[in-house]
Design a protein around this ligand. Structure first.
Ligand code: NDP
Length: 452
């Protein structure tokens, strides 16, 4: 049987674009792709990239205060959001054009519209055309979810935060995950009076407890008001903003509210269930370790599968898919020991197990130090950093590494190589310190602070 395409990819985000491009360039495959929004997906258009640029923008005000404390004659007189937004939008346009060019140059045929799955080997485009493909790859990503609360329609999500006409003066962010904590730091740094409400007792649930405490304290020292064990009961629109009723019944005035209460796989309405592709309770497409669904010709990668929802993971899943399905070289995706960063202020870099997870697994030794680093203690800045290793007492392997400090994302990328290689505490100790740095503590901590 002949098909219009060897591979048709639905979704032009990081994972989908990489898979389509590599399949078209490295094999003799004819590849098609449909994208209903903008090429680049969440990461490039409404996630990692614009977020990180906003993080950069937000760090100049504190940097200028520090510069003044060091003796520079500087004063931050204000931030021009409109000027920044124009530059930001220009950069996203540039990156989207790069993605389009990469696809075109590798020979991928693109359709700028929604596509759904009409059969094991058929996709239906929004304009009614049907195209056949030997293999279909679903890479449709995820989308922010907003709880059903009266007035929730008056709030925004992270999708809209990049397009604001003006920055609010006073803002509420709901949630205690990656997005809530990152944007609380960004908006606070940009001069917004920022409140973060979280329903639990400490933000960043699931991460190392000690790291969460240092991050939360650091965020508050920098100016974010964190209120825990609180949720939004109701939002009412008023002339100059919104009135938010909390779950204790108190009413608060804000200019803007943002929900950062999680993301759901973008799987509904794609026609997958009707074909026998399994979706779990969260809507994630069920796949095996080769990203193959219950329908052999249909694969899925990235956030729509809700495995590890990070851009580099989606890209790796895309590459492994190409090896498996397009090159006949079955390649499972390795989801173990993935380093990651949360771009909070202070920043968090982490790999492996939290102290709590490791303790539940075996006897561990914890090597940790919290201190004021040289550059900020010099100017009596109270901010503390954390360097922490969670070590197996039996194997001596470093099971987890946790860094809370400026540049933690950069540091954990390097430390991650050692941890992924199975380095022991003694391997870390054998490495000479780089002095004076913050991360030298990772190779100079002599005695465990506790054994558990
Ligand atoms: P998360 O799942 O990280 O956090 C969701 C937060 O919302 C949690 O604090 C959760 O509370 C809270 N929440 C959920 N439902 C409700 C509700 N009904 N009422 C009140 N609070 C609620 O999701 P995010 O949206 O922050 O991020 C989505 C994903 O995107 C992340 O998991 C990550 O994979 C990815 N991401 C990665 C980044 C990075 O690598 N730096 C940056 C941004 C996103 P509770 O803890 O109690 O469940």
């Amino acid at each position: 049987m002949s098909f219009d395409y060897d591979l048709f990819v639905i979704g032009g985000g990081s994972g989908g674009v990489r898979a389509a491009r590599v399949a078209a360039a490295d094999t003799v495959s004819k590849v098609g792709m449909a994208e209903e929004s903008r090429y680049g997906g969440t990461c490039v258009i409404r996630g990692c990239v614009p977020k990180k640029l906003m993080v950069f923008a937000s760090t100049y005000a504190p940097a200028m205060k520090q510069a003044a404390a060091y003796g520079w004659d500087v004063q931050a007189v204000g931030f021009d959001w409109s000027a920044f937004r124009v530059k930001l939008e220009g950069e996203l346009d540039r990156l989207e054009a790069v993605y389009r060019r990469l696809l075109k140059n590798s020979g991928v045929e693109t359709y700028d519209m929604r596509a759904t799955v009409a059969g094991p080997n058929t996709v239906r485009l929004a304009d009614g055309r049907e195209l056949t493909a030997k293999t279909i790859l679903v890479a449709t990503g995820g989308w922010p979810t907003v709880p059903k609360v009266p007035g929730a329609e008056h709030a925004i999500t992270s999708n809209e935060i990049f397009h604001l006409e003006a920055l609010p003066k006073r803002m509420l962010i709901l949630g205690g995950g990656y997005i809530a904590c990152e944007f609380a730091g960004i908006l606070n740094g940009l001069g917004v009076d920022t409140y973060l409400w979280y329903r639990g007792t400490q933000v960043l649930r699931g991460f190392d407890g000690e790291a969460r405490d240092v991050i939360s304290k650091g965020m508050q020292e920098r100016g974010v008001t964190i209120v825990t064990e609180t949720n939004i009961a109701q939002i009412d629109k008023v002339a100059d903003g919104v009135q938010v009723t909390d779950t204790q019944g108190a009413v608060h005035d804000f200019d803007l509210v943002m929900y950062a209460t999680g993301r759901a796989p973008n799987s509904s309405g794609l026609g997958l269930e009707a074909l026998g592709v399994g979706l779990d309770r969260a809507g994630a497409v069920e796949v095996d370790s080769y990203s193959q669904t219950a329908v052999p010709s249909i694969y899925a990668i990235g956030d729509v599968t809700n495995r590890v929802n990070l851009t580099p993971v989606a890209i790796r899943e895309g590459m492994a898919f190409v090896e498996t399905a397009m090159k006949g070289n079955p390649t499972p995706v390795d989801h173990a020991l993935i380093p990651s960063a949360v771009f909070t202020q202070p920043e968090y870099g982490t790999i492996g197990l939290s102290e709590e997870e490791a303790r539940a697994q075996e006897v561990i030794e914890v090597y940790a130090t919290t201190f004021r680093p040289m550059n900020t203690s010099f100017i009596n800045d109270p901010h503390e950093v954390l360097m922490k290793l969670v070590v197996s007492q039996a194997s001596r392997k470093v099971l987890g590494c946790h860094i809370v400090a400026d540049g933690a994302g950069e540091m954990i990328q390097m430390a991650g190589i050692a941890v992924k290689m199975g380095a022991t505490k003694e391997d870390f100790d054998r490495v000479c310190a780089v002095h004076p740095t913050m991360s030298e503590e990772l190779v100079t901590m002599k005695s465990p602070v506790r054994t558990a």
